[in-house]
Design a protein around this ligand. Structure first.
Ligand code: BEZ
Ligand code: FE2
Length: 419
């Protein structure tokens, strides 16, 4: 059955943030490829037998993409200390075991529900333990499933590598167009280069997306460039870890990632312009998590660092250990207030692209934009009134969308109705 979904405003989420007034998309049920995007009436004339849905006050846009989320962290309430990355990491290490106690299933299910109810269709899920694998594979979400490796102690490499490979193998048995196995290197300060190199080789051979946290804190920058500061004490305290020199410089870590095709680096709060140029050269994407960055590092990603590059800037919520919730619409709203010197309407358009077009680029997905041939992943939000009145510029609707969107009335992922 051919379907037409339309709305008073359609955010195509192409590079120019084109908006169609009274637009629509057409697709065939069960076929994950948009057939046509255009004027609602024209599509109805073109496909007179199609089933139609049209919301005059609505906004139709690609299903949102939460490019960086940890579903496994959430079994805590008001537990951590914020305001400085070192203070936070110390509080996390103290409570690490308690965080993965009973009820992990329901925490993950709740996280998935939060995604769907915010209009998120795809996630970049960073998995530390594999507890989220089955719930995510069974969920309606499109998932890039990043099996994450961590561990700086050389004597633990064999064990950690075997554990990682068994998680990866299990995720491969679940692979589908909606569940894409991938690899993550936790960060340059926390992963031994032998392990990192092995994983980069696998990701290159198998063409897996690869992600890493990178230069999230000033402490990390100091450690990578001078082997001093907070992390020096951290590694001295961490039993059995005598690693008193950084494994990498920022540059050597990035250069090691050069064979990766779908590379994403999360946070990058403390990169230099030169490192941004190198990320650009590698074809990498940056994923920013604004609320997490404010809580842990008192900083938001400086947009000027990538102004003269082609780096896609995607957005994510990070996990609940560094956020109050994992609602991507709340993340967009918070981001509006993070850049008081930028033009509000332009910023709003760019933020929506971070959560759609650039999220897809970061994760290597064929969605994030409403265009012929793209996946049928879309959200339809309804409002009590149109976001733009007669005679007003359509582009003002991006800001109002971010301010007022709560829960989509329809969400389709992989041509299937989820809401
Ligand atoms: C480790 O397991 O080696 C590690 C964990 C957290 C931060 C840094 C290192
Ligand atoms: Fe993270």
């Amino acid at each position: 059955m051919l379907q037409i979904f339309g709305a008073g405003l359609v955010f195509k989420c192409d590079e120019n943030f084109s908006i169609i007034h009274n637009g629509a998309i057409a697709f065939e049920e069960g076929q994950d490829s948009i057939i046509k995007v255009g004027d609602y009436k024209e599509l109805c004339a073109l496909y007179p037998h199609a089933q139609r849905t049209f919301l005059p006050n609505g906004v139709l846009l690609p299903a949102l993409i939460n490019a960086h989320i940890h579903f496994e962290f959430g079994a805590h309430f008001a537990e951590f200390s914020y305001g400085d990355f070192g203070v936070w990491l110390d509080s996390l290490m103290q409570k690490r075991d308690a965080l993965l106690g009973d009820g992990i299933e329901s925490i993950i299910t709740q996280g998935i529900k939060e995604q769907v109810e915010a209009g998120v269709g795809s996630v970049g899920a960073i998995s530390s333990y594999g507890n989220d694998m089955l719930p995510l594979a069974k969920s309606p979400l499109r998932v890039v499933y990043f099996n994450e490796a961590i561990g700086s102690n050389p004597s633990a490499i064999d064990f950690l590598y075997k554990n990682l490979i068994s998680r990866l193998e299990e995720s491969k048995t679940l692979a589908s167009s909606r569940f894409i196995p991938a690899l993550a290197l936790h960060s340059p300060y926390s992963l031994h280069p032998i392990m990192a190199q092995k994983l980069i080789t696998i990701a290159t051979q198998e063409n897996y997306p690869l992600s890493a946290h990178f230069l999230e804190s000033s402490h990390e920058r100091e450690w990578l460039t001078q082997s001093s500061g907070y992390f020096k004490g951290f590694f001295q305290r961490l039993a059995g870890l005598e690693s008193l020199k950084s494994f990498y410089t920022p540059q050597s870590f990035l250069e090691m990632l050069s064979p990766i095709k779908h590379l994403s680096l999360t946070h990058c709060l403390y990169i230099t312009e030169e490192e941004a140029r190198l990320i650009d050269k590698l074809g990498g994407a940056i994923i920013t998590c604004p609320r997490s960055n404010r809580l842990l590092n008192n900083r938001f990603f400086p947009h000027k660092l990538i102004r003269h590059t082609d780096i896609p800037l995607a957005i994510g919520t990070d996990g609940k250990s560094s956020n109050n919730n994992v609602n991507l619409l709340d993340e967009l709203r918070a981001s509006l207030y993070a850049y008081p010197n930028e033009d509000m309407n332009k910023l709003a358009c760019r933020l929506i692209l971070s959560a759609t077009l650039y999220g897809a680029k970061a994760l290597g997905l064929n969605n994030g934009t409403l265009q012929e041939g793209k996946s049928v992943d879309f959200a339809l939000f309804d409002f009590i009134k149109p976001l733009v009145s007669q005679g007003e510029a359509l582009s003002r609707s991006a800001l109002h969308f971010i301010l007022h969107s709560q829960k989509p009335s329809r969400l389709y992922i992989n041509t299937k109705a989820v809401l």
